[in-house]
Ligand binder design. Structure first.
Ligand SMILES: Nc1nc2c(c(=O)[nH]1)N[C@H]1C(S)=C(S)[C@@H](COP(=O)(O)O)O[C@H]1N2
Ligand SMILES: [Mo]
Length: 510
């Protein structure tokens, strides 16, 4: 027995486990895609998102930003592969333990599929069972020769006459077929595009033209309007829901006189409003970029609620997205005259899938997690006392008005002495920004120059001329809203109801 044999033997089990696992998973994914079942792998990822503690979720968003989901999926795939490798190793020496591990893995995935909110969990389970059966059969075949030898030998040695090359070729072929199945699954779901293309009718109430001086031409400042492809994206949907507008239905029910069901065409036929609104994520750190300003076109939520007739005892609307999220919004914010919309277009184009196609909510003044439901399927008129929304169940505040904040975009970290521009954006949605001040090295607060106000629901750019002297300097800014309240100096993390504190930038001059 040589060390090489020992190594060779140790390798074979995991190789067989991973190859058979990739085949089983690939087949399960392909079948799930073909029968429109929920994906077993994505269902697992979804449950991981649900069960991830808040601190870890925040750390993930802070570290990976919008790439948090691909990173999560990669982690789920790696852990799954590692477990399959372990199962393969056990298959050679402890077949009973191997069977137990595979059953456990299958059971966990079945549980994930049962809890699946977005897709067809039952068909996903059928696909998983077939994949599991194919995977187990393949593992049995691949490890047969190894097991025959292992049964009466203690030595970590490949059996006599074991054709390792043939084994590896077989394992590679099996892996390739599995990978092809996985790619096939992606192609099948990717092809399934909505059957109808959308033309957005002319709004009865277009947005007012952008006031002169609302969008500054300063190099490096946040653009006043955020292009759709640069707009931040935050949601719990691992697989962006694909909603066909031909099948689209919005249910309005709960504490109403008459429940109403609206099709996409019904919505298009209602008066459309076009408004610029800055929406923000509660997870945004001070100085962060989970905020964007867009022109939204849609139906007023109060017009839709009026059709159903709201019970005066209600104080909340619980909305549901096709990804299964539930969001609780104060009824008042939807009916008090602000332009709370069921948006169908962003910056003049139909919503993209990432941002909620075909219909999403946009409510001025509230963080996204309590207002901006994407892939909207349901509005239930209710009371805050009678339900808890997805994020409330995870420790976030049930109410989420956006805190007055600002951000410093300019200058960069290194600059030359002389007159320099400090600039950024400030927001206090639905109260409006009244003032922005800047201070250098804890000196006195100095007024910045504000761009022209567009509306109280949008952010405002600001600039400040600074005579930069050599050395290291600390720049801070603070905004004051139109009620006269300055943003708080109190530093707070995003949880449970939004980060606060002065944005601070340390620069080196010289
Ligand atoms: N269906 C659904 N809608 C959702 C979410 C979600 O996870 N699912 N996330 C909300 C959160 S936390 C925010 S900040 C906004 C982000 O909208 P955006 O991705 O279009 O920028 O969507 C909101 N709407
Ligand atoms: Mo958010």
């Amino acid at each position: 027995m040589t060390p090489r044999n020992r190594l060779g033997r140790l390798d074979n089990g995991p190789v067989a486990g991973i190859a058979a696992g990739v085949l089983g998973l690939g087949i399960a994914e392909l079948i799930a895609a073909l029968v429109r079942g929920a994906s077993p792998l994505l269902a697992l990822g979804d449950r991981v998102i649900d069960l991830t503690p808040r601190w870890l979720k925040e750390a993930a968003v802070a570290t990976f930003g919008t790439a948090d989901k691909p990173v999560l999926l990669a982690c789920v795939a790696l852990v799954t592969l590692a477990l399959l490798g372990a199962a393969g190793a056990l298959a050679v020496r402890r077949p009973a333990l191997c069977a137990a591990l595979l059953l456990l893995l299958g059971a966990v995935d079945v549980a994930a599929l049962v809890a699946d909110r977005a897709g067809n969990g039952a068909m996903g389970i059928v696909a998983l069972m077939i994949g599991l059966a194919v995977g187990i059969a393949t593992l049995v075949l691949l490890t047969r020769r190894l097991r025959e030898a292992g049964a009466d030998r203690d030595e970590a040695e490949a059996p006599d006459g074991f054709d390792r090359r043939g084994f590896l070729v077989a394992a590679a072929a099996v892996t390739a077929v599995g990978a092809a199945g996985g790619i096939g699954a992606k192609v099948v779901t990717g092809r399934r595009v909505p059957t109808t293309t959308v033309g957005i009718p002319t709004p009865v109430s277009p947005a007012v033209p952008l006031p002169e001086g609302a969008a500054l031409r300063v190099d490096g400042i946040t653009p006043y309007l955020t292009p759709v492809d640069e707009f931040y994206r935050i949601d719990i949907a691992l697989l962006t829901p694909r909603v066909d507008i031909a099948d689209y239905r919005l249910k309005i029910h709960g504490m109403v006189e008459t429940p109403v069901e609206l099709t996409y065409q019904d919505l298009l036929a209602m008066p459309l409003y076009e408004r610029r609104v800055t929406i923000a994520c509660v997870s945004n750190e001070v100085g962060g970029d989970l905020i964007g300003n867009a022109t939204w076109t849609g139906v007023r939520i109060r017009d839709v609620l009026k059709r159903a007739g709201v019970d005066p005892g209600a104080d909340a609307v619980k909305s549901t997205g096709a990804d299964g999220i539930t969001i609780g919004t104060p009824l008042e914010a939807l009916t008090d005259g602000r332009d709370a919309l069921l948006a169908i277009a962003q910056n003049g184009e139909p919503l993209t899938r990432d941002h909620g196609f075909p219909v999403r909510m946009v409510v001025p003044g509230l963080y996204g997690y309590v207002s901006a439901t994407k892939w909207l399927t349901e509005l239930e008129v209710t009371r805050f006392d009678d339900f808890s929304a997805y994020w409330s169940e995870r420790g976030w505040s049930a109410q989420g008005p956006i805190k007055t904040e600002c951000r410093i975009d300019l200058p960069g970290d290194d600059l030359m002495p002389g007159e320099r521009v400090v600039a950024g954006v400030a927001w206090a949605q639905h109260r409006g920004v009244n003032k922005v001040e800047v201070r250098i090295d804890d000196g006195p607060w100095q007024s910045a120059t504000l761009a022209t106000e567009d509306s109280i629901d949008t952010w405002r750019q600001w600039t400040y001329r600074w005579d930069a002297t050599e050395g290291e300097h600390r720049i801070q800014a603070r905004a004051t809203d139109r009620t006269g309240t300055p943003q708080t100096a109190q530093e707070a993390p995003p949880a449970p109801d939004g980060a606060s504190g002065y944005p601070t930038r340390t620069v080196r001059v010289g």
